[in-house]
Design a protein around this ligand. Structure first.
Ligand code: ZN
Ligand code: ZN
Length: 244
């Protein structure tokens, strides 16, 4: 099973080299580099250098037996939609993740967000996520819980958003997006229980596309807890052919 959410130095917040991953694992890798416009964290547009990215992958593919695929993590931000579509138009990626990372003022991982009202933030984030699906072409809905990663949320609390979550996941399925099991959210932000709950929902709604991603920015997090997630999917009756 491939790790479908991974960053290298082509992302603004990672120093990892492709070789770090290639030398610790003998299968295929795909990196999904951050494309975050109007990023409030860095106060700029964070755009991977596509020409350099393609060139480095070509070199490494020659040396490592064609084991590297090209990917991108699209940080959707509605006021910049036209720029996002224009950037993607002439580029070729094997895998596109759709994410919502910020509201124009804060990235949802900014420290100050932790002190804001949990339910206000959750509602705002879920509204943005619901809107984002289908606005740009993508393959995977990344970390559905990103907007509330910093919060302790119980399943009971998340259930109060179930009607909207059903709409979000239905929209995800209708647009052919896979549901991502994000191991960073699950095991570094302790949201495994929320993913177990969401998994039942998406399954019930007829989802047949799943993607496992570590969201690793360094070797230490590459393929984090993949055995455990694979076992969880198996126990839920999800077949191997349904996992990207
Ligand atoms: Zn992300
Ligand atoms: Zn990421």
């Amino acid at each position: 099973m491939r790790d479908n959410h991974l960053h290298t130095h082509f992302s603004y917040d990672s120093d990892a080299a492709f070789q770090d991953y290639l030398e610790s694992f003998d299968g295929e890798i795909v990196t999904t580099e951050h494309y975050d416009v109007s990023n409030p964290y860095s106060k700029q547009d964070d755009v991977p250098d596509y020409e350099a990215y393609v060139a480095e992958i070509a070199d490494l593919n020659a040396a490592y037996g064609n084991r590297i695929k090209k990917g991108i993590e699209i940080g959707y931000y509605q006021p910049r939609e036209a720029d996002i579509i224009a950037y993607l138009a002439d580029k070729d990626f094997d895998l596109k993740l759709l994410s919502v990372h910020h509201n124009g003022v804060n990235d949802y991982l900014d420290e100050e967000v932790a002190d804001m009202d949990k339910h206000t933030i959750m509602q705002e984030y879920l509204d943005k996520l619901e809107y984002a699906i289908g606005r740009v072409e993508a393959d995977v809905l990344a970390h559905f819980d990103y907007g509330f990663r910093l919060f302790d949320v119980s399943v009971e609390e998340l259930k109060t958003y179930e009607e909207q979550l059903r709409r979000i996941f239905k929209k995800m399925i209708d647009h052919g997006l896979a549901f991502e099991l994000n191991s960073k959210s699950m095991y570094l932000y302790n949201h495994e229980h929320l993913y177990v709950y969401a998994l039942d929902l998406v399954k019930e709604l007829g989802c047949h596309k799943y993607s496992i991603g570590s969201d690793g920015h360094k070797l230490e997090h590459f393929r984090l807890q993949f055995d455990r997630i694979q076992k969880m999917l198996q126990e839920k009756g999800i077949e191997e052919k349904e996992i990207m």
